[in-house]
Design a protein around this ligand. Structure first.
Ligand code: ATP
Ligand code: MG
Length: 320
C-alpha cells in the first residue's frame, strides 16, 4: 500500500514554477529514488512533502500529496508540526545543519524520542544506543556521550540518521544524505539506511544525482529533469531498458571500475534555470534525438504498464 502518493504537483515561488506535474508513489518497506542533475527539482519535491515551502516563499499551486491516506496540501503549520519529526523525517546533506555543535550527540538523539514518543530519560537513552548500534556505530554507548566535533563526517551523518529513526517515522526523505562523504562511507551508509527501512517496514525517499546510488539501494526510481518527470519505473526495469534519452545519459554517467575520473562521460550542456524554461521538452536542447515536435510542445507523461515516460521520440519499453 502506498504511504505517500504525489499527483500532478506544481510548485510556485513568486513568478516561477520550478515544479510542474511531479507524480510518484512510495510503498511501505520500499526505497524510492528521486534522481536528476542539480536544479532538477529534487529538494523542492522534498520540501513540498515536508511542508517547508513557506520557508522559501513557495507554495503548492496544484496537485495532491497524500500521506497515510490524508491530504497534506493545505495542511496548516501546527498540523504539519505534529507530523514532522514524528511520522515524516527529513535527512539533509550536511549533518551540521541538523546537529547542535554544543550538545552531546546522544542527548540530541534522546530528545527525539523524549519529545515524540514521550519516553523517560533512561528509556530514551537505551533506545538511542540501540539505534546507534543498528547503524553500526562502534562503541555506541561511548559515542552517545561525545560532541559532534569529536566524530568523523560519516559518524555525524549516522547520528543524524539515528535522530530521524528515533521517533519511529513512517517515511524518511533523505536529500543527498551522503554527498558530503567519501565514496566508501557513502556506500556503507546508503546500504544501512536501505536495510533499516526494509527491516522496519518504513518507506524511504532517497534523493540523489547518482544513478549508481539508485542501482545500489532503490526499488523504484523517478527521473526528474527541470522540474518535470522524465521517466519512472522499477529500478531493474529502468536499468534493463532505459527509454528516455535523459535516463540513458544519466546511466552513462555511472563511473565504472577502472575508469579514470577524467574519462567519465558527462552530459553535455546544463539544466536550464527556472526562468529560462522553454515551451517544448525541456531536455530538447541537450538531446541528440530531438525533433521539431520536441521543441514545439512538452511531451505528456504516458503510462505503459509500470513505466511512465515523457518523450515524443522514445516510445513504450520493449516488453510492453
Ligand atoms: N528559493 C528559491 N527561489 C527561486 N528558485 C528556486 C528556489 N529554490 C530552488 N529554486 C529553483 O528551483 C529549481 C529546482 O531546485 P532544487 O533545489 O529542487 O534542485 P535540486 O534538484 O535539489 O538540485 P541540487 O542537486 O543542486 O540540490 C532550480 O532551478 C532552482 O534554481
Ligand atoms: Mg537539492
Amino acid at each position: 500500500m502506498a504511504i505517500l502518493e504525489v499527483r500532478d504537483l506544481a510548485v510556485r515561488i513568486g513568478p516561477l514554477t520550478p515544479l510542474d506535474g511531479i507524480g510518484f508513489d512510495v510503498d511501505k518497506g520500499e526505497v524510492l529514488g528521486i534522481v536528476g542533475e542539480s536544479g532538477s527539482g529534487k529538494s523542492l519535491t522534498a520540501m513540498s512533502v515536508m511542508g517547508l515551502l513557506p520557508l522559501i516563499g513557495g507554495r503548492v499551486e496544484r496537485g495532491s500529496i497524500r500521506f497515510a491516506g490524508g491530504e497534506l496540501v493545505g495542511l496548516d503549520e501546527p498540523a504539519y508540526r505534529r507530523l514532522r519529526g514524528r511520522r515524516l523525517a527529513l535527512i539533509t546533506q550536511n549533518p551540521m545543519t541538523s546537529l547542535d555543535p554544543l550538545q552531546r550527540v546522544g542527548a540530541q538523539v534522546d530528545q527525539v524520542s523524549r519529545l515524540h514518543l514521550k519516553l523517560g530519560p533512561a528509556a530514551a537513552r537505551s533506545r538511542s544506543i540501540e539505534i546507534m548500534d543498528q547503524l553500526r556505530i562502534p562503541r555506541a554507548a561511548t559515542v552517545h556521550g561525545q560532541y559532534p566535533h569529536q566524530l568523523s563526517g560519516g559518524m555525524k551523518q549516522r547520528i543524524v540518521i539515528a535522530m530521524a529513526l528515533a521517533a519511529d517515522p513512517d517515511l524518511i526523505i533523505a536529500d543527498e544524505p551522503t554527498t558530503a562523504l567519501d565514496v566508501t562511507i557513502q556506500a556503507q551508509i546508503i546500504d544501512l539506511l536501505a536495510e533499516l527501512v526494509r527491516v522496519r517496514g518504513l518507506a524511504l525517499v532517497l534523493i540523489t544525482h547518482d544513478m549508481g546510488v539508485v542501482a545500489q539501494a532503490c526499488d523504484r526510481v523517478v527521473v526528474l529533469y527541470a522540474g518535470r518527470v522524465a521517466e519512472s519505473d522499477g529500478t531493474a526495469a529502468i536499468f534493463a531498458d532505459p527509454r528516455h534519452p535523459y535516463t540513458r545519459a544519466l546511466i552513462g554517467c555511472i563511473p565504472r571500475d577502472g575508469l579514470a575520473r577524467g574519462g567519465l562521460q558527462g552530459i553535455p550542456g546544463l539544466v536550464p534555470s527556472v526562468a529560462d524554461y522553454a515551451t517544448g521538452c525541456r531536455f530538447a536542447p541537450r538531446c541528440a534525438l530531438a525533433l521539431g515536435a520536441c521543441r514545439a510542445s512538452a511531451p505528456p507523461v504516458v503510462a505503459h504498464g509500470s513505466r511512465r515516460i515523457a518523450c515524443h521520440v522514445s516510445g513504450a519499453p520493449a516488453d510492453g
